[in-house]
Every structure is written in C-alpha cells, then in structure tokens.
Design a protein around this ligand. Structure first.
Ligand SMILES: *Cc1c(COP(=O)(O)O)cnc(C)c1O
Length: 361
C-alpha cells in the first residue's frame, strides 16, 4: 500500500493506525452486527463513543470541570456566527484580533449581530505576524475578545496569549487544537472544526465555560444555543456520529503517543526539518511568516518566481507529495504538518526541497 506524503491543509492527514482501526470496525462495531453509522444515537454503544470522546478530550487538553465539551455541526464557520449570537451583548462591543483570512471572516459574521472593534491588526504587515500581547487593546466593556490561535492560510501562530481578566477570551483553534499544551482556564470559549487536527470533517468541538453557557438571549433558536447542546450532552438532535467516533479514535492515538506535550515535541521535530530547509537554503526558499510568529502547523514559503513554484508543485506531486500548493488567496507554497503528519513525510519533504534546490538553484 502506498500512502501519499499528505500535506493537505484540511481535510488533512489522519493517523494510519486510526484509519486501520476504523476499517476493522467499519462493518461490525463491537459485535453489534452493524456499523457505528447505522445505529441509534440513543443506543448505549453510541453513548459510550460520545462519552469517551468527551472525557478523552478533557483529559488530554486539561479541560477544567467547570467547562462543557460540545460536539456540534456546521464547522468553525458556524461558530463565527453562533458565538456572537450567544455572547455579544447590546452596548458591549465584541473585540477581535485581526490576523488574516479566518479572523476576518469571524469579524464579518459578528458585525451582522452587533458592534465590533478591532483590538489589534497585523494587516499592515500583510498578516505575516501575530501581534505582541501588548499590542492588543481590549475595551473595558467588551463582550469578549476573539483571536485565531493559528492562521492556517498565512502560516502564523500565537505563542503567547493575552490576559483579558474578566473579559472572556475566545479562540478559534481549528488548525492547532491539541498540537501543544494550553492553559484552557485562560479561555472562555475554544472552538475548532475537526478536519485539521482532530479527525474528519463533520464535527466541531466547542469548549465553553459553564457561566457563559447560561448567557444566551431568549430569542436565539434552539439549535444555535450553547445551553441546548450542553444540557443534552451534544445529543439534542442526531449528531455526526461517525465523525465523533473518528475523533475518539484520534484522541486515543494521541493518548498512546504520550499526550499533548509529546505531540508538541513531535511537531517541533517535524517542522524544524522544513524550516531548516528554508533557512539554510541561502535565500532559495523564503519563509513567509516572520520568525517569531511561525506556525508549527502550516509552513508557508516562496521561491524566486511563480514559474519555479509551479515546477515545485508539479515535481513534488510526481514524487508522491500532496497539498503543497499555497492557498489560492496568497499563492506560494504551504506544507501543513498537523499532528497526524508523520515525521517521515517531513524528512521526505526536506530531502525533496534540497534536491529541488540542487536542480534549480
Ligand atoms: C479551516 C478553518 C476554519 C473553517 O472551518 P470550517 O470547518 O470549514 O467552517 C476556520 N478557522 C480556521 C482557523 C480554519 O483553519
């Protein structure tokens, strides 16, 4: 069996061990005579999957007891709207850190619901860095402060988070959740679509502090309220059961690898190979993100010309690499190195980069 060197940005690589385990259980889940997709979400077996996914996420990510872990649908994009629907208060603006394409989309949705302010922006630097904590100015009456912990397209990542005191800190962690240990107690809400670092598409994780769950205005319809899903343990309506099951397998895989701190070390080892290939190329490859904001999940870089970049993509594809073309909005090249991307793929890419430079440098 030939597995591609998969550097897709999302949906992205899933650990081979997880895929194989899912394949073994695909037709008959634990002797039920049916797949997980065919059984009632009210069955004891599925309840077990749902509970296990929740408790593993709590354990691995260090989620305190006064937080809910929810499995919702609609992707992170739905959270761009659901968050302000529930937590943006009249007369109290929602503050946003503007760091790229995803932060921008979150702001646009919040603007439809209420007042927003930009607490910091790195647009003047073409979003090639994250702001320093001291640059982020939050109005004292803000409903919350929202930031994007990792900008998937630009390839930048926060390495330090602001202390917002009583103002809830909200993070879109779609592309770096569980890539490194985080002090969850600093956040009011963390959300992430699963398809980058947690498994397949179809489920969105929301981690939300108990007091914030209760704050939704009465006028919000049931499906868009956090308290609806919290009260029913994410089983208010039919959940994306297969996706939640896959997430539970990925979480078990992270646990078997030693947990999130081990994952971070692994990700550092992986990305060092590629950042070194860029930095030691004498300018043949140029990293896009400013060094202090470089991402451990999405490595963005360029070559001397667009023709050379096209050739890079073409030749890399011929050698089994997938997903190295940059996002269509920014061009260039991007290697997404999520938790499930093996070290061997990164070693192969570093080697390909060196060979490509020899041929074209
Ligand atoms: C991919 C991504 C999204 C969008 O996620 P969907 O699940 O497709 O809605 C939002 N934010 C970030 C940071 C992302 O990487």
């Amino acid at each position: 069996m030939a597995r591609a060197f998969n550097f897709n940005a999302g949906p992205a690589a899933i650990p081979l061990e997880v895929l194989q385990q899912a394949a073994e259980q695909f037709v008959d889940y634990q002797g039920a005579g049916m797949s997980i997709m065919e059984m009632s979400h009210r069955s004891a077996l599925y309840e077990g999957v749902n509970n296990e996914a929740q408790s593993l996420l709590r354990e691995l990510f260090g989620v305190p007891d006064n937080y809910q872990v929810l499995f919702l649908q609609g992707g992170a994009s739905t959270q761009f709207a659901m968050l302000p629907m529930n937590l943006l208060k009249p007369g109290r603006p929602a503050a946003y850190v503007k760091t790229g394409a995803w932060a921008d989309k979150a702001i646009k949705e919040a603007k439809l619901i209420g007042d927003t302010v930009v607490a910091a922006s790195t647009e003047a630097d073409s979003y090639m860095r994250m702001p320093e904590v001291a640059e982020i100015i939050v109005p004292s009456n803000a409903s919350y402060l929202h930031l994007t912990s990792n900008e998937t397209i630009g390839g930048t990542q926060f390495h330090e988070f602001p202390d917002t005191g009583d103002i809830p800190l909200v993070a879109d962690m779609s592309s770096d959740i569980l890539s490194r240990p985080i002090d969850v107690s600093k956040f009011g809400v963390i959300y992430a679509g699963a398809q980058k670092n947690l498994g397949p598409s179809g489920v969105t994780v929301v981690i939300i502090r108990d007091d914030l769950v209760q704050e939704s205005p009465k006028t919000i319809p049931a499906m868009f309220r956090y308290d609806t899903h919290a009260k029913s343990s994410s089983l208010y309506n039919t959940p994306p059961s297969f996706s939640v099951y896959m997430v539970s397998l990925v979480l078990k895989w992270i646990q078997a690898k030693g947990g999130v701190a081990q994952m971070e070390q692994y990700n550092r080892d992986k990305t060092k190979l590629i950042y070194d290939a860029i930095d030691l190329s004498g300018g043949f490859y140029r990293g896009c993100a400013q060094p202090q904001s470089r991402s451990l999940m999405n490595i963005t870089f360029r070559l001397g010309s667009e023709e050379l970049e096209k050739l890079f993509v073409k030749q890399s594809e011929a050698e089994g690499f997938v997903g190295l073309k940059g996002h269509r909005d920014v061009g260039g090249l991007r290697a997404s190195t999520y938790n499930a991307v093996p070290l061997e793929s990164c070693e192969a890419l570093a080697q390909f980069m060196a060979d490509f430079q020899k041929r074209n440098g």
